[in-house]
Design a protein around this ligand. Structure first.
Ligand code: SAM
Length: 224
């Protein structure tokens, strides 16, 4: 899988490739689907959610430009697979999941497999995880119309935030925000993706929210 679907499609960060080769994806999928664990596709994990396509996990990890000393926040734990990958590259990973049953399953799985630097919390990730902020990198594994402001606030200067922006299931773009030394943000579009919706605090899918203007025309982030 790594040679063909990850390196073969352009991921070149050696630490990302090593982590992808090391995490046993068959432990993160449902038992009846383990024969498809190393196909390059998303799979259902319950609660209407999916474990992401391996290529996209690797792409987001590479885009986050992780260092070995970095503290990372992930929004959307799901199965815990991407958190395990991030945990092999960075120092500490804090990951939040809004479905209690998924959060509990991921916590138990990550503990059993020995990913001791990955910390799982049940809750709404759009508010971030302030107790452990600021983060060197934030990876959001669900799509919304805009980056939640709390996440921008919890990023260090020079930090990276990677998130799919756009309407649920269609027309989404993977975006990287980079926080400058004075708090302004630059934004890069990395390519087309398709993610499940990021669901906000009020339990309403953000799909019902109007599309906001891009960060350049908003007070935060301040510039592209
Ligand atoms: N990273 C996961 C993995 O490796 O299995 C896959 C993530 S799945 C594509 C997206 C996840 O984001 C779902 O489990 C969903 O419940 C979660 N999610 C959506 N909105 C959320 C929110 N506001 N806070 C936390 N999790 C959220």
């Amino acid at each position: 899988m790594v040679r063909r679907h990850i390196a073969g499609r352009g991921i070149s960060d050696a630490r990302v490739l090593d982590a992808m080769a090391s995490v046993p994806r068959e432990h993160f999928v449902r038992p009846g689907l383990s024969h498809r664990a190393y196909a390059d596709g998303p799979l259902p994990i319950g609660e209407g959610q999916t474990i992401s396509q391996p290529y996209v996990v690797a792409w987001m990890a590479e885009a986050a430009e992780l260092g070995t000393e970095d503290r990372v926040l992930e929004v959307g734990t799901g199965s815990g697979y991407a958190a395990a990958v991030l945990g092999l590259i960075a120092a500490e990973v804090y990951t939040i999941e809004r479905h209690a049953v998924l959060a509990e399953g991921a916590r138990e799985r990550l503990h059993r497999l020995g990913y001791g630097n990955v910390h799982v919390r049940y809750g709404d990730g759009t508010a971030g995880w302030n107790e452990h902020a600021p983060y060197d990198a934030i990876v959001v594994a669900a799509a919304g119309p805009d980056v939640p402001e709390a996440l921008c606030d919890q990023l260090v200067a020079e930090g990276r935030l990677v998130m799919p922006l756009g309407r649920p299931w269609r027309g989404q773009s993977l975006v990287r925000l980079r926080r400058g030394p004075k708090g302004s943000f630059t934004r890069e579009e990395l390519g087309a993706v398709r993610f499940v919706p990021l669901v906000g605090q009020d339990e309403l899918p953000l799909r019902n929210a109007p599309m906001r203007p891009p960060p350049a025309s908003r007070p935060r982030p301040e510039s592209r």
